[in-house]
Design a protein around this ligand. Sequence first.
Ligand code: UDX
Length: 449
Amino acid sequence: MKISIIGTGYVGLVTGVCLSEVGHHVTCLDINPEKVDMLSKGISPIYEPGLGDLMVKNMEAGRLSFTTSHILGLKEADVVYIAVGTPQGSDGAANLSYVYQAARDIGRNITRDVVVVTKSTVPLGTNHKVKQLITANLEGNHCVQVVSNPEFLREGSAVYDAFYGDRIVIGADCPEAAAVIEEINKPFGIPVLKTSISSAEMIKYASNAFLATKISFINEIANLSEKVGADVAEVAKGMGQDARIGSQFLKAGIGYGGSCFPKDTSALVRISEELNHDFHLLRSVMEINENQKTVLVEKAVERLGSLEGKRIALLGLAFKPETDDMREAASIAVAEKLMELGAEIIAYDPVAAENAQRILPEGVLFAAQIEEAVKDADVVFILTDWKEIVEKALILSSLFMKNPIIFDGRNCYTEKEVKKYNVEYVSVGRMPVIPNREKEFEVTLAASF
Ligand code: UDX
């Protein structure tokens, strides 16, 4: 069976590479010639652990190739995956123009019966529209079936998720088409849930909306915990031990970012509005998240007064560790707010700096090393919990700063860890740690560095 994938973004590329890894022959199509050129040389355009090596391995084995040509890419395909972007439009709804273009291209270029699989996250009803568009553009008399197969991978662990995901959802109105996709996925050994197309479309939005809700919920509990002297990490642990709640996605911080949660929550609210349903809960989740992004700045103003002229080191810029993705990262809102308040920003990220330079406001300085960022800083903000940052931020602040103070948006340290150093530490949903500057510290900093 020959598989073609339209779109080599996160979803398309990871899907293509992983399907080839389990033995399928995969052609990945993209309209961007520079990207296809890079991919054909074995270079991954995104930072994603394990992806580059697996890609090269399967290209060398002759199972994976890349092309810009729809004729070449679709002529011999038995199964075509649509994995193009569905970016958020100015009205909050998903922009489906790339999906519809892919559908037209499929119709014009296929030469046999095909099963078309929608991987892109699309609003309810889109798969039916995709089928109509393909059929309207068909040049031969071919049978086309459409299957919704939403993607649940997380950036930073996308390859792992492809092999160890919790479920594969296959939404189809035609059992034969569903069986084809089930067979393709068999080598992954992941439980399959077969549903209708509408349910599969809804499962994707509902899952992301629910996870976003968990995060906003714990962030509200964090804000409340600070007021009553509770520790949100302890609260989350206690909640998570109830199997009905579960311990995941209860880490308080400066809110969720990335390519999925902000876009999908917004799209689901729009879908609801179009159906005359007010999704009040989800609107609140989104509002809480927006406010949460700048809580650290508010804490800094409260503690230090004016931030005018203060040099602030922003450690971590990507929306989460192990990715260079800056989409909807909290660092953007934090940098904008700090600039507004007249602070001087020196930013550091081990991987996302290049992307960040294109997005963060003009005037933000960038450090090549974490040491350089912390060296002359008056204040340190931790925005992404990269391993390197967690390992070094506390000790470097203690060594280099005159009056070390860290505002930690990811709750990287316990009170016990912080107390070993001469550092004032403000986190989210927990009491600040104020050092006794007179006290002799148990740890010799130089020795532990
Ligand atoms: C998410 C979903 O997890 C995935 O199933 C879907 O396919 C795409 O969207 P992703 O955006 O890559 O994946 O990352 P995820 O690990 O879910 O984190 C999203 C954001 O939530 C990050 O900014 C992260 O820092 C934040 N987060 C996550 C929290 O603030 N607290 C948590 O407990 C978990």
